[in-house]
Design a protein around this ligand. Structure first.
Ligand SMILES: [Zn+2]
Length: 511
């Protein structure tokens, strides 16, 4: 039997008045006493525990017919099984020109077994349109809502998409239509703020292994990035201006909140992994694109028919809090994003190729289903919100790619990265990468004749932080690390060269 790094357990006595028949739902997660007019709660139970895809589409169509001035429905393309992925655009006609409004994107249902995230956004859309007190949240906002991204997975209550791909681990590789369509829709809209609504499983296996009675005591967790290649101003604004005030709103509404942590075993002890830095997932990927990016993890997955109203209301509270922040801080948000874009284009901030997370004593709030009490347990925690750079590399002025793999160009194109092609074969002294006997990339300098058609990429572009993440071979989610970009045939060089400013100009000007 595994042990875990339990340091202190403290019991908070909340059971003095608890009757024996009271469940944790009565004590800690009671449903609000209010009407939430989403199809599932209105008795349309085509799906067992949530609103079905068809009923969601009908619900939106009725709203669009009634209020064509505020809401427009379309789709962003199809899933692997040919289902249309719905998109809802919401905006008010007022004195503020559209170009001056803040563009906000809300996403839900990326994981098919997290359906209440979608119901939460249906409720939001309804209230924004039907109630004046909420309508004003659209004053300075154009809102793009993608309420059900993984339509195929949802129909069979599966986290993954039809071919087994986890869509929120595919945002760097973009190898399935759902993520390509999602990326295109977001790049086209170009939001300053992206919030991706998910659900977490409160009764995860690792908790059960510690104690069968333990379930999470949390309503909502906030996941945001600690990746050091994200513009510092973006990272700061996410935490200070969006996450912290929204936590307060939820707390004031009797919700327990925390920064998101997952669990992992190291040897015989269980640890927490707080925050995230991986560009495969939305929290970091959109932040690398200089967008304010948050992933909301709401209590759910295995909760099924339990506390449905509470969970829908929790997403609604978070979603309205973010909109209210956007209205209040529209000017600062615009400036933060513009500054981050300018810095990405003009500054040559070194690339962090490896970093270490701070190790802290973190805590997790549980409820014990056997005693109906709260338990706080402390774990050794990898704090990904605080990384320290271990190794940095100067940013190259540009890259040249030599690859016969079509997917390499597709990934870059779909990521919104601007490229050009080399017109004629050209011999240059270049910085190139080789792999050592442990497959670790290292830099060398070598003469190489670049073929016509080689891809030229200027690092100084808006997507500069994302392109560095995809291209620098030492980064853990790069095209080289993923084995998409391989050695050039007949050589031991990886098909990627770093070039300086003069070389970039020279190659771009060859006609
Ligand atoms: Zn999820």
């Amino acid at each position: 039997m595994k042990k875990y790094s339990l340091i202190i357990v403290c019991f908070i006595s909340l059971t003095v008045f608890a009757q024996e028949e009271k469940t944790i739902y009565d004590t800690f997660f009671s449903d609000p006493d209010k009407e939430i007019p989403v199809p599932y709660l209105e008795g349309q139970k085509a799906q067992k525990f949530y609103t079905s895809y068809k009923n969601a589409n009908n619900f939106l169509a009725v709203l669009a017919e009634k209020h064509p001035d505020i809401i427009k429905i379309s789709n962003i393309g199809e899933t692997q099984r040919g289902k249309k992925i719905p998109m809802v655009m919401l905006s008010l006609k007022n004195d503020i020109p559209d170009a001056e409004k803040i563009r906000v994107t809300y996403i839900a249902g990326v994981h098919g077994n997290e359906p209440i995230s979608s119901d939460g956004l249906l409720y939001l859309i309804h209230e924004l349109i039907e109630k004046d007190e909420y309508k004003q949240l659209l004053e300075k906002v154009i809102l793009q809502v993608l309420p059900i991204v993984n339509v195929d997975g949802r129909s069979i209550n599966s986290r993954a998409s039809n071919n087994g791909t986890d869509l929120n681990r595919n945002l760097n590789m973009l190898s399935v239509p759902e993520t390509v369509n999602l990326r295109n829709a977001i790049n086209l809209f170009d939001p300053q703020v992206v919030v991706d609504f998910h659900e977490f499983n409160p009764s995860r296996k690792d908790f059960k292994e510690m104690n069968d009675c333990l379930t999470s005591g949390i309503d909502a967790q906030f996941l945001f990035t600690g990746n050091l290649n994200v513009a510092p101003g973006i990272r700061e604004m996410i935490e200070t201006d969006f996450v912290e005030p929204t936590k307060l709103v939820l707390k004031n509404n009797n919700r327990t909140v925390a920064n998101y942590s997952s669990t992992f075993w190291s040897g015989q002890s269980l640890h927490l992994n707080l925050g995230a830095i991986s560009s495969r997932s939305s929290a970091t990927n959109y932040a690398l694109q200089n967008r304010i990016s948050i992933l909301m993890e709401l209590r759910g997955v295995t909760e099924r028919e339990k506390m449905v109203k509470r969970r829908i209301e929790t997403s609604f509270l978070a979603a309205t809090s973010y909109l209210s922040i956007v209205n209040k801080k529209a000017h600062e948000i615009k400036k933060t994003v513009v500054d981050a874009n300018e810095a990405t284009i003009n500054n040559m901030r070194p690339i962090v190729v490896s970093s270490n997370a701070e190790i802290i004593e973190g805590s997790y709030r549980f409820v014990n289903t056997c005693t109906n009490e709260t338990e706080i347990i402390y774990f050794e925690t990898k704090n990904n919100l605080k990384h320290t750079a271990v190794k940095t590399r100067e940013r190259a002025a540009g890259y040249v790619l030599v690859s016969k793999n079509k997917h390499v160009v597709e990934v870059l194109q779909n990521s919104g990265i601007v490229m050009s092609k080399l017109a004629k074969p050209t011999l240059l002294e270049l910085q190139a990468y080789k792999l050592d006997n442990k497959n670790v990339p290292y830099l060398i300098s070598t003469p190489f004749k670049l073929p016509a058609g080689a891809i030229i990429i200027n690092t100084k572009q808006k997507m500069g932080n994302l392109l560095v993440d995809l291209l620098e071979p030492e980064l853990s989610n790069s095209l080289v690390a993923n084995k998409t970009l391989k050695k050039i045939k007949g050589t031991d060089l990886i098909g990627l060269f770093r070039i300086n400013k003069n070389q970039l100009l020279q190659l771009q000007n060859i006609k």
